[in-house]
Design a protein around this ligand. Sequence first.
Ligand SMILES: [Mn+2]
Length: 397
Amino acid sequence: MLIAHLADLHLGYRAYHRLAPGGINARERDVARAFRAALDRVIELRPELVLVAGDVFHTVRPSNSAIADAFRQFARLAAALPEAPIVVIAGNHDSPRAVETGSILRLLAEIPGVLVVDDAARSLYLEALDTSVLCLPHNALTAGEVVAIEPDVAAGTNILLLHGTVAGGAAEQKLRYVSEYGGAKVETSEIRPEFWDYVALGHYHIATELAPNMWYAGAVERTSTNIWEEIGSEKGFVTYDTERRRGTFHPVPTREVLDLPRFSARGMTPAEIDARIRALVEEIPGGMKGKIVRLIVTDVTRDLFRELDHRYIRELKAEALHFHLDARRPEVRRVVGYGAPGRRRTLDEEVESFLRLHWQPSSPEIDRERLVALAARFMAEAAKGELEDALVDSREA
Ligand SMILES: [Mn+2]
């Protein structure tokens, strides 16, 4: 049996306030196009089963245009592959926290051939394929109930479909970044990949083979919190052949994202910094036009930043789809304990590591150290139940 495995579509994702012709956010259109391209290829490959491992939508309440497009695309897929069941689970992005919100994914279940599991764990037996798919959407793994991750002994083929961060085993070496905040965590020893014909994973946005029969399909476009961590890896989906026991990654075209070589401004004059920026930009093959580009410059003092050629920087911002001149002030870096084995980070450590390692200031005027200190204070106040007072104090300060 040939299985097509997609994940993390993030339909309705928006960024950068740039509009494409027709008024749709340019990045939202990129994501919709990447999804269409992925489906074109899936249809050509004619799989017998299609799995979507969560985060179909970027938010619990996507825009009407994102919903309409998703419905059209899933209907197109179902019509093109009438024999192939399409099994969709919810991820952390499309799982409402409050039950009364309801899940938008249920709409997709109106399409004949599309099966949706959006809340509790459920095992689906697909009779025509003699295949059982154990579906573990985000909520099934975070509700606090113990889920038995067991194959169905009566089924000819057993598949596990889950949305979360896999820990332990090959995941320790192969997952390059701490995955999206807010995901569930599952140990490789709980999954036991050797017990399954195939394990289809969603949540980590870079396509990754954790075992020959266990893959993260990765996202179809760069939609994670820190897209710079996804540079150098292609986006797309995976097919798995249960007879040959082999997975194949299929890339789809995506928008170009560049992280220019970073440099330190220490000892440089504003004119020298301008010249270095210009030289780096002029070396981009094909130029900046329509690309997403970042340039990190460290050790930029506030005075130095003010004296840069902001007219030129504005021109670059206008030409690129998005240009982020990430001018960082000189700062004392402390090493934060990071993913130490055998111990879960406390929430305080999680917040501190996020602010130090992942969060990018939107302006060099923001002092990272002050923000870290403020966050630590708010965490302490929240623990004591006095957050409201602390927030009022900080606004007055
Ligand atoms: Mn995701």
